[in-house]
Write a protein that binds this ligand. Structure first.
Ligand code: ATP
Ligand code: MG
Length: 415
């Protein structure tokens, strides 16, 4: 498990505020579900034979003898909550969520045992248009965060019927080449043959270039849907790449599946994964309900956003002060300016002016407000620009205190 340290939390807050803003503008509402669910929720919805349920979940028995699980993803919980509270009686639900998820995986860059997802779910919407909208919300959000060197990969998994026919065909083909497969893939043939298409093993990958393709097994209806989605994305100027081997790890997907990937993440290349899941709500005891959604991994997003995001979080003013009278004014003026929505760092050290100036520089504030007892007795304070201008000078000016702190605050806000 990983701590989020103060140096990193700024970027997280920034991403979260962009998310809130972005999703509100798209008319989505937030849903917050518990971190612990009954194990059965995940084994039924995600599927017994997936990696997540088979190998990665944190399960425990509570004091009442119930099998509980730290949620490994958000969609199943959101679906459960929608069914439990009859939210569909109010019409289709367009929701977003965020929070920690837990999977017992081998930790490495971009892969943790507690990680965080931001996700979107459109529940009760069957149209291809809703798919284009869901994808564009992900694409534009990632753009808002400053990521633009990304690839959208797209596939159609067809209907359940299309997929079942294909699965049998694929199984036969793989069984004929059983000895050529890596060990993991050999195990998967029986339980989850589609997942083999997603294998990271090089010789298996090579072999699979000859394998039957799901795209040849799509019904006319599935094909028409997929073609129309591409037309809508073209219309939105969102570039994509068709990847017929993109199957996604969870059982509940059908028709559209997509991932957004980056070349800058090493082998943990996927930032966002999503797709249509029309049978999940029914599976959980609700009415048959067409749905589509995605989840973005926050850690990977933050790695990619890097300093683009960080740079924007520096204070407007750093308040430097020395002496008892100065201290009182410093506290007061900081509070006033914060109420006026300015970002203020206040020095608490009482150390020399030169040390406080060093800290002010380090804070990357735009201005320092300097209050010494000397200034106070003259009824003024000094503001000094901390970033050099082109000539290497730091402009400074005195502002009078005698008009009162409110007036002073107004002048500083103008800066
Ligand atoms: P991967 O193939 O990388 O294991 P996945 O298919 O298991 O991904 P999803 O279940 O689709 O992932 O989750 C959506 C996103 O959540 C991923 O694209 C990734 O960004 C992030 N994610 C998934 N597992 C982890 C993890 N263990 N640590 C950090 N981020 C993760
Ligand atoms: Mg995984």
């Amino acid at each position: 498990m990983v701590d989020l340290l103060p140096a990193q939390s700024h970027s997280w807050q920034k991403v979260e505020s962009i998310a809130l803003e972005h999703f509100s503008r798209a008319g989505l509402q937030e849903i917050r579900t518990p971190i612990i669910e009954q194990t059965e929720l995940f084994s039924r919805s995600i599927g017994e034979n997936t990696d997540v349920v088979g190998k990665e979940m944190y399960n425990f028995e509570d004091r009442g003898g119930r099998s509980c699980t730290l949620r490994p993803e958000g969609t199943a919980s959101v679906a459960r909550s929608i069914v439990q509270h009859g939210l569909l009686n109010n019409g289709p639900q367009r929701l977003w969520y965020q929070g920690p998820m837990f999977r017992y995986e081998r930790p490495q860059a971009g892969r943790q045992r507690q990680f965080h997802q931001i996700g979107v779910e459109f529940v009760g919407l069957a149209s291809v248009m809703s798919e284009a909208e869901v994808i564009s919300i992900a694409w534009d959000f990632l753009n808002d965060v400053g990521l633009n060197d990304l690839t959208l990969e797209l596939n159609s998994l067809g209907s359940n019927e299309d997929r079942n026919v294909f699965k049998e065909e694929l199984k036969n083909w793989l069984n004929q080449r059983f000895d050529l497969l890596d060990e993991d893939s050999q195990k998967r043939i029986k339980v989850n043959p589609l997942r083999i298409l997603d294998s990271k093993n090089n010789s298996t990958k090579e072999l699979l270039t000859e394998a039957p393709s799901l795209s040849d097994f799509l019904s006319d209806e599935s094909k028409t849907r997929f073609d129309y989605l591409q037309e809508l994305l073209d219309n939105l100027d969102i570039p994509y790449k068709i990847n017929n081997n993109l199957v996604r790890g969870l059982d509940y997907y059908s028709h559209t599946a997509f991932e957004i990937t980056s070349d800058h993440l090493g082998s943990q290349a996927t930032v966002c994964g999503g797709g249509r899941y029309d049978s999940l709500i029914g599976e959980l005891g609700g009415p048959e309900t067409a749905s589509i959604g995605w989840a973005i991994g926050m850690e990977r997003l933050i790695i990619l956003a890097g300093d683009n995001i960080l740079n924007t979080k520096s204070p407007d003013f750093y308040v430097i002060h020395r002496g008892e009278k100065a201290e009182k004014i410093a506290l007061n003026i900081s509070r006033k300016l914060r109420k006026a929505n300015l970002r203020i760092d206040l020095d608490y050290s009482g150390s020399s002016f030169s040390k406080q100036f060093k800290r002010a520089d380090k804070s990357r504030a735009k201005w320092a407000i300097v209050i010494g007892d000397d200034e106070v007795s003259k009824g003024q304070l000094l503001i000094k620009k901390l970033r050099d201008n082109a000539e290497g000078e730091r402009s400074e000016e005195y502002i009078f205190l005698r008009d009162g702190l409110d007036k002073l605050a107004e002048k500083l806000i103008d800066k």
